[in-house]
Ligand binder design. Structure first.
Ligand SMILES: Cc1cc2nc3c(=O)[nH]c(=O)nc-3n(C[C@H](O)[C@H](O)[C@H](O)COP(=O)(O)OP(=O)(O)OC[C@H]3O[C@@H](n4cnc5c(N)ncnc54)[C@H](O)[C@@H]3O)c2cc1C
Length: 409
């Protein structure tokens, strides 16, 4: 039998696509013994499936790839994704921070909706624990032959939905990159994304668990200030994490310096405040000034330690260089990145199938007709907050509509 579509990968994107191809003849090939493992792990098992708000506000959450993602995202937006799950009996809820979850807070329920959608199509088939050995192209009728240990299969359309290369224990080992290259596509070398950073500032590591709301960070590369970020920061036992780090990790590298602005004030304004307070309270200890600042108590000795002073020092005894060191650590606390968390724990891959050879409108290869790439296998990575699953779903639905349209012409 010739299939209308063979989908390689039964994850978020592959399953969403298969669920939208009814009544076409569809085959999903999944290497794991279970489908949708990463979907199940998403949002700590609660599945943050998209984000609230206007879809236009999504575009800037995909690094440099705003112009590419906007076609698929606007074709099938966050409201359409929510509508899909709700019309299939799974109510969704938006949290105060904009993250959207199934009301049951169970990713298994999200997977169940997708599997029911596929079962509804009597022409759909799923083969699990499959090993693909070769993909060949029949030039005469431009169809795809997929050779596997479960048999050989032919289809008019081939969709690569194999995800990225991080969290490889869930089956994502970058296979799609090799498939794309074999079929003539360029691949941007992938690295871990949505990842934390490690540093060896032992005093800061002691503060593990402290969080800072909407803090500012400057990134310094090769001694030059390169970027400023804002967001929520979490100090961990190995370094820095939280949305501000995860969402900007795509541009961070070992050796970069991050300068944390713990106090929401400029250097000059804070120095002026210090001089005012010290001017009329010279006999008071340094702790008197620190207590005027809106920062956690646990952070205060760390700042003074990093500046090389004791909190008992009288304000009148603080010399100009010491004062400047204290203010520097309050407004631009320097942290050098020793490493980024690796492939085992990074939530997405930065890099993948190069976008210039894929049509943004239909996600079809510009090199071979009938070949599509969806989800994380492409060189697309979103911020935390539901942007990656939204991309998986939007790209899948865009391809479903293109295949169905071509099939009926
Ligand atoms: C711990 C964790 C939490 C996350 N939480 C969220 C979240 O809350 N919200 C959010 O938006 N994003 C989240 N993400 C990211 C999101 O899960 C992924 O971006 C998304 O699942 C990508 O979908 P995909 O279908 O492209 O790839 P995947 O879901 O990874 O699916 C790819 C599938 O292809 C299969 N496969 C690979 N190679 C082959 C092969 N050779 N043959 C056959 N099958 C193959 C894999 O086994 C896998 O089943 C999280 C990621 C992780 C790791």
């Amino acid at each position: 039998m010739k299939y209308d579509a063979i989908i390689i990968g039964g994850g978020a994107a592959g399953l969403y696509l298969a669920a939208h191809l009814n009544p076409l003849k569809v085959l999903v090939l999944e290497k794991n013994s279970r489908l949708g493992l990463k979907l199940l792990a998403s949002g700590s098992g609660q599945c943050n499936l998209t984000h609230g708000g206007d879809i236009k506000d999504f575009y800037s959450h995909y690094g440099e790839h705003k112009n590419f993602v906007k076609f698929a995202l606007s074709h099938h937006d966050n409201k359409a994704v929510i509508r899909y799950f709700e019309s299939n009996g799974l109510k969704c809820v938006e949290r105060e921070d904009g993250k959207v979850f199934p009301a049951t807070l169970r990713s298994t329920d999200v997977l169940e909706v997708l599997l029911k959608g596929i079962q509804f199509n009597r022409n759909a088939k799923i083969i699990k624990e499959v090993k693909i050995s070769e993909i060949a192209i029949d030039m005469e009728d431009s169809s795809y032959l997929v050779r596997t240990d479960s048999g050989d299969f032919i289809a008019k359309n081939l969709i690569v939905a194999t995800g990225g290369m991080t969290y490889s224990r869930l089956g994502t080992t970058g296979d799609g990159y090799a498939i794309a290259e074999k079929l003539g596509h360029k691949v941007v070398t992938a690295k871990p994304g949505l990842t934390s950073v490690h540093c060896d500032d032992r005093n800061l590591l002691e503060l593990s668990g402290l969080t800072f709301k909407n803090i500012h960070l400057s990134m310094v590369k090769d001694g030059q200030k390169a970027k400023k970020f804002s967001g929520d920061l979490l100090l961990t036992h190995f370094g820095l994490s939280g949305p501000i780090i995860l969402d900007n990790s795509r541009s961070l590298e070992k050796g970069d310096r991050l300068e944390i602005q713990f106090v929401d004030s400029t250097f000059d304004a804070l120095e002026k405040l210090f001089l005012e307070i010290a001017g009329s309270n010279g006999e008071k200890p340094l702790a008197f000034f620190m207590n005027k600042l809106d920062i956690p108590d646990r952070l205060k000795p760390v700042i003074l330690g990093a500046a090389g002073v004791k909190k008992e020092l009288r304000l009148s005894e603080v010399t100009k260089p010491v004062r400047k060191e204290i203010i520097k650590h309050l407004t631009a606390y320097p942290v050098t990145i020793q490493s980024l968390s690796g492939e085992a724990t990074a939530m997405v891959s930065v890099g993948g199938v190069a976008l210039e050879e894929v049509s943004a409108k239909h996600l079809m290869s510009r090199i071979r007709s009938g070949l599509y790439f969806i989800g994380e296998v492409l060189d697309i990575d979103g911020d935390s907050g539901g942007y990656n699953l939204q991309w998986a779903f939007s790209s899948a639905k865009t391809v479903a509509d293109h295949i169905i349209k071509n099939n009926t012409q």
